[in-house]
Design a binder for this molecule. Structure first.
Ligand code: GRG
Length: 325
């Protein structure tokens, strides 16, 4: 779809789909929109503005906002209507990372290859930058411009859904449960409970928001939501496998006094091979949910494959030896 807000035509096909250029173009659209939201406060550009900006730029993979756009594009959603939701989920993600890196939580020094927010701005400003991004997300969604694109009732419903996904029933609750789980033995049921909330809820919500903005029908929305559940879990399992197998830069690993093996993760509880097996199953489930959407869902299909395959195409034997030594 074009920046003029015209509907996107579902023209992708498996044979010609270029995920790299898709991600590049959607990332650029999200970056431009995020930048323009922040620029509105440029005259107040004190330390807090810089810290909020640093929380968003340079960005990471932008997977959540891209999921908003990709889900919306299946149903020919308008970019103008989708972008505020895409930006809101990225702001919330940015907040969660800043807070998660703080000494009181994961105590990380490095994020995306750069010093973490509190290492640059101090704990107090980093805390406030996270608060600022979380609040700004809902400011963006409740803006008059959004109500020009979508019925007020729908916007309110979506804000309600998003706040549920990132509050005690989702992101915040999952993070709290994870924190408490660090001190005890956990089984795989508990690990999944944490993942579904801490990581899965925002990923699922991103997809559901995009689909609803674009007018998906209830049965279609259910499918997208199930896809989101499988993808959210796959995303976390893949991340944990890559963490253990060493793809994450050493400085980015948690420093809260325990190794990756002691955390409540799939590979640490059931082992790498079983975690990879589960990941393969989730990959299949993701693709199955998208089947009825045809070529319009090619972007989501390619994303699901990429999320899983990064943690599947590894030389498990060699890396297992490395871990044991
Ligand atoms: C502090 C309320 C609060 C919640 C924190 C998201 C989160 C919950 C913690 C971040 C730590 C972590 C590793 C969580 C698992 C989810 C995950 C893999 C986050 C990283 O997301 P990416 O890979 O990051 O999308 P980029 O850098 O690409 O944006």
């Amino acid at each position: 779809m074009s920046a003029t807000g015209l509907a996107v035509k579902a023209t992708h096909s498996a044979a010609n789909f270029d995920l790299e250029s898709y991600l590049r173009s959607r990332t650029a659209a999200v970056d431009r929109a995020l930048d323009s939201y922040l620029k509105r406060y440029a005259d107040q550009s004190g330390t807090i503005w810089k810290a909020m900006h640093y929380g968003l730029f340079p960005g990471g993979k932008r997977i959540r906002p891209i999921l908003v756009l990709a889900a919306g594009e299946i149903f020919a959603g308008r970019r103008k209507a989708l972008l505020p939701f895409a930006c809101a989920v990225e702001m919330i993600h940015g907040y969660s990372l800043i807070h998660d890196d703080l000494p009181a939580l994961d105590n990380d020094d490095v994020r995306r290859g750069e010093p973490t927010n509190h290492k640059i701005f101090g704990d107090g400003i980093a805390l406030l930058a996270g608060d600022g991004l979380l609040t700004e997300a809902f400011h963006v969604l409740s803006a008059p411009g959004v109500l020009k694109c979508l019925p007020a009732e729908l916007v309110l419903k979506l804000i309600h859904e998003l706040s549920h996904a990132v509050g005690i029933a989702g992101l915040v609750g999952g993070q709290a449960f994870d924190l408490e789980a660090e001190r005890r033995e956990v089984d795989i049921g508990v690990v999944e409970y944490i993942h579904v909330r801490k990581t899965g809820a925002l990923i699922r919500a991103s997809l559901r928001l995009g689909a609803q903005v674009a007018g998906a029908k209830p049965a279609q929305l259910k499918r997208i939501a199930r896809f989101g559940e499988y993808l959210g879990l796959a995303f976390q399992i893949a991340d944990d496998i890559l963490d253990i197998l060493g793809e994450t830069a050493p400085g980015e690993r948690a420093e809260s006094g325990h190794s990756e093996w002691n955390k409540a993760t799939y590979p640490s509880v059931i082992g790498i091979a079983a975690a990879q097996q589960r990941l393969k199953e989730l990959r299949r489930q993701c693709l199955r949910e998208l089947a009825p959407f045809g070529p319009g869902a090619e972007a989501l299909r390619a994303i699901a494959r990429q999320v899983a395959d990064r943690a599947l195409n590894m030389n498990g034997e060699a890396l297992t030896k490395e871990i044991q030594s």
